[in-house]
Design a protein around this ligand. Structure first.
Ligand code: SF4
Length: 410
């Protein structure tokens, strides 16, 4: 560990000009390991570690409270790991700490989201969460096919999920979101069609679709997944196409490349996707591995609890890494937001905004996209680049093409 020469004044300066703040709190604990997981987590059933972590989190909240106390919190998100690992008492205590140290008079005024693991979500916790002010509950399903569930070590029945969703709606949770994952081991088009049909029957307010990335060198739990169990590229394309086709035919609206909302949910929507929410420009992350960012800078906390604990106990922040975003990274980030949420970019407007010539700046990427343009998946005019309405499934690929400059560009 090294002392990062970054003080509270530096962080305060970086938040100058923020009119709102998204607060992300990372709770790293899980009861069981899921093999596909890429999150920073601690798998344990010993609650003592979580109690210790709560003390540290509260100290971190106090430290940052002094720095950003004048900026209104516009969104609060408990992420993980599994935030519902915590007891009702600890979640309540955490919210009270946030209320005492940040600019947040009424918890009920802002979207308050929490992620859950349906295998272990205590159904009696749900009304307590609503009472505490939570508006959004996220339930990770991934897939219902037994073969797939076994391969990812995450087993949960549609009946249990149905019961949790009904309970949440009955208790007054405004939005229930379910997560599904494409590209998992043993997934086939027919098995996935069955899963998605079952998911549609659940009538969730929102459905988020994620794409599994197999990177066992980075995420050791993925070593439990054999590469040959993964669907091939043709199957992955069919799966991605089927998601759009099935959800749109059922009446779900496309919110962004990976978020769909039930039409009935539109009036209840308290949350925006990360691509649409302007306050995500100023995000404060608390807890292990949490990311804090402003339009120009990014800080990342220590991932491991030992270093995190040591820093917090010494009365300082737990930032391990500081990173200044280059002009190129900011341009690409803005472009990705536009593509992922609007499925198009106005090249003229974008060029003026960033003082670039779009076609020249992204000549390499536009060249790479020529083949799919020829196939009619995207179209271009002098001023617009857009993903064709019937081919929205290709959007994550378009975004990834623009994501990074190649080494020779740097
Ligand atoms: S997927 Fe969720 S519940 Fe499973 S190990 Fe990862 S963080 Fe924990």
């Amino acid at each position: 560990m090294y002392p990062l020469s970054l003080g509270s004044k530096d962080i305060k300066r970086a938040f100058d000009g923020a009119s709102g703040l998204s607060l992300y709190i990372h709770i790293p604990f899980c009861r069981d390991l899921c093999y596909f997981c890429h999150s920073n987590k601690i798998v344990t059933r010993q609650y003592g570690l979580a109690s210790h972590y709560m003390e540290l989190l509260c100290k971190e909240i106090q430290w940052y409270g002094q720095i950003v106390k004048n900026i209104p919190v516009t969104k609060l998100y408990l992420t993980g790991g599994t935030p519902t690992y915590l007891t009702h008492q600890d979640i309540e205590y955490l919210l009270n700490q946030v209320k005492s140290h940040f600019y947040l008079q009424n918890i009920g005024d802002i979207p308050l989201s929490i992620e859950s693991d349906p295998r272990h979500l205590d159904e009696d916790l749900i009304p307590e969460l609503v009472q505490l002010g939570f508006t959004d509950l996220s339930i990770g399903i991934q897939d219902f096919e037994p073969n797939v569930q076994q391969a990812i070590h995450r087993t949960c029945s549609p009946e249990r999920i149905q019961m949790l969703i009904e309970r949440a709606k009955l208790c007054g949770m405004k939005t229930v979101n379910v997560d599904v994952m494409v590209g998992l081991p043993n997934q086939t088009l027919s098995s996935f069609q069955k899963t998605l049909d079952e998911i549609i029957q659940l009538n969730a307010d929102e459905i988020s679709v994620y794409h599994y990335q197999h990177e066992p060198e980075r995420f050791p739990s993925q070593k439990q997944i054999e590469r040959q169990q993964l669907p091939d590229i043709e199957t992955k394309i069919q799966l991605a196409q089927y998601v759009y086709q099935a959800l749109c035919q059922t009446g779900y609206d496309v919110l962004s490349a990976d978020h769909f909302t039930h039409p009935k949910n539109k009036k209840n929507m308290t949350n925006q996707t990360p691509y649409q929410d302007p306050t995500t420009q100023y995000q404060l992350g608390l807890g292990t591995s949490a990311t804090t960012r402003t339009p120009e800078r990014l800080w990342k906390n220590h991932e491991d609890i030992q270093h995190y604990s040591q820093n917090i106990r010494n009365g300082q922040h737990a930032i391990k890494l500081e990173y200044g975003l280059s002009e190129d990274e900011r341009i690409r980030e803005a472009l990705l937001k536009s593509i992922l949420s609007d499925f198009q970019v106005n090249k003229g407007l974008f060029s003026r905004l960033w003082n670039i010539d779009f076609d020249h700046y992204f000549a390499r990427e536009l060249n790479l996209l020529k083949a799919i343009e020829k196939d009619g998946l995207i179209s271009q005019s002098k001023d617009m680049l857009k993903v064709n309405q019937s081919e929205l499934w290709i959007t994550p690929y378009i975004a990834s093409t623009f994501e990074k400059a190649t080494e020779e560009d740097n």
